[in-house]
Design a protein around this ligand. Structure first.
Ligand SMILES: Nc1nc2c(ncn2[C@@H]2O[C@H](COP(=O)(O)OP(=O)(O)OP(=O)(O)O)[C@@H](O)[C@H]2O)c(=O)[nH]1
Ligand SMILES: [Mg+2]
Length: 246
């Protein structure tokens, strides 16, 4: 199975080369698409150097400036769906997502339409250095979103996911409105409304290895409100189910 990893980068110069080596040491048929938003720390140039080092296996999509995760992924998906990738992975470039989990995720994808790397199923966990409050906030955020949306999932905000090509092709991307975390919730909700079979593989979520964390209460509160908008926005799809697939 040919798998393409889409990894958005913004100031990941230290992490990216290490991530690419770690990925290519796995026993999987992997390709990588880096979506860089003209990172001030030169991640874009480093990504270009990696395309020379791994010709045909690393590609870079350069964008002129910081435009956020949603458009980074949507642009990335578009490009990958034009290639012969059979599975598409969403993955952070900061080592929060352990590359080796992909082996398990790929196995689970054989019997599912999409696989989430989940911190909140048996065997999954978050960085032990997370503060009590950050842990509570993350697990409460998940409980909140999955309850309001009726999602039968344990980790709806995880950014580590593996999609079958056919699944992504049937999702109406042009309807997606949210950015940041809620973008991830929204994509999970779309997959659920369209009645795709969603698997969850346990992951250990590490804090970013290099660079600074931007997580804040303000981001979480805004997200809490937007979850209601997601529910309202897709009420037609929720009714239509499978029939609404593209
Ligand atoms: N291309 C692009 N990548 C982004 C943007 N914002 C974040 N990223 C990347 O998206 C991934 C996830 O973002 P992070 O900054 O790690 O977000 P987070 O994990 O919620 O927060 P941290 O605690 O800071 O790690 C990382 O690989 C970032 O470099 C953006 O606007 N454009
Ligand atoms: Mg991160």
């Amino acid at each position: 199975m040919r798998i393409t990893i889409v990894t958005p980068t913004y100031n990941e110069a230290e992490n990216l080369p290490k991530l690419v080596s770690a990925l290519f040491s796995l026993p999987l048929d992997l390709h990588i698409l880096v979506v860089d938003d003209n990172s001030p720390d030169g991640t874009g140039q480093i990504a270009d150097e990696l395309t020379g080092k791994f010709p045909g296996r690393v590609e870079v999509l350069h964008r002129p400036g910081k435009m956020g995760l949603r458009s980074a992924y949507l642009n990335g998906f578009q490009k990958v769906l034009d290639s012969s990738a059979q599975a598409i992975v969403q993955m952070d470039a900061d080592f929060s997502h352990d590359p080796s989990a992909l082996v398990n995720m790929a196995k689970l994808l054989e019997s599912h339409d999409v696989v989430l790397g989940s911190r909140y199923v048996a065997g999954g966990s978050v960085d032990e250095r997370w503060s009590f409050w950050r842990k509570r906030l993350s697990s409460f955020g998940n409980f909140y979103a999955r309850t309001i949306l009726g999602l039968p999932l344990h980790d709806v905000t995880t950014g580590y996911r593996m999609w079958r090509r056919e699944t992504l092709q049937q999702i109406p991307f042009e309807r997606i409105q949210s950015t940041g975390y809620v973008f991830l919730v929204e994509m999970a909700y779309l997959a659920h409304c369209l009645e795709f079979k969603i698997g969850e593989a346990p992951i250990y979520f590490a804090d970013r290895r290099m660079g600074k964390s931007k997580m804040s209460i303000k981001i979480q509160l805004e997200a809490a409100f937007r979850v209601w908008q997601v529910r309202w926005h897709y009420r037609d799809l929720k009714r239509a189910g499978k029939a609404a697939r593209l």
